[in-house]
Design a protein around this ligand. Structure first.
Ligand code: HEC
Length: 121
């Protein structure tokens, strides 16, 4: 019993040390994903979301669609936000928002990144 307890005591800091380098790496990955998502969203030849939406940090936005802000409050379920970006016509058949996934305007991996960025707003 006693030696097992001691082993745990020794292993806990070791486990912590092993985990530590992974934390900044994950944070860096997330920052890179958000940046790429923003680029894709703002790029006039890619997402071009600014043509219709006000987005923090974006220049000369249009206002055809609602401003994209407080997205986690509006979309607690991230997959619903992704579905909206993938094909807005599912919710609103008359939508003028381009169906990015259905028409391959953005690749699936690009939609993932844009979704992460928009969800962070
Ligand atoms: C041509 C205009 C247009 C473009 C470009 C556009 N949208 Fe939209 N979007 C709309 C409109 C209009 C709505 C309002 C709902 C509807 O009519 O479908 C909307 C709704 C949304 C919503 C739902 C907002 C809410 O409050 O529920 C999200 C999220 C969204 N757009 C994200 C994007 C993203 C991300 C891009 C770029 C990849 C984009 N939109 C590009 C017109 C556009």
């Amino acid at each position: 019993m006693r030696s097992r307890h001691r082993t745990r005591l020794v292993l806990a800091p070791v486990a912590l040390l092993l985990l530590l380098p992974a934390l900044p790496a994950a944070a860096q990955d997330r920052a890179a994903t958000l940046e790429q998502g923003q680029q894709l969203a703002f790029d006039r030849s890619k997402g071009n979301c600014l043509a219709c939406h006000v987005i923090e940090g974006g220049e000369s936005p249009g206002n055809v669609g609602p401003p994209l802000m407080m997205m986690q409050a509006r979309y607690p379920d991230k997959s619903e936000l992704r579905a909206q970006i993938w094909d807005a016509h599912e919710k609103n058949p008359d939508s003028i928002m381009p169906p990015y996934g259905r028409t391959y305007l953005l690749q699936e991996s690009e939609i993932d990144k844009v979704t992460e960025f928009i969800w962070s707003l």
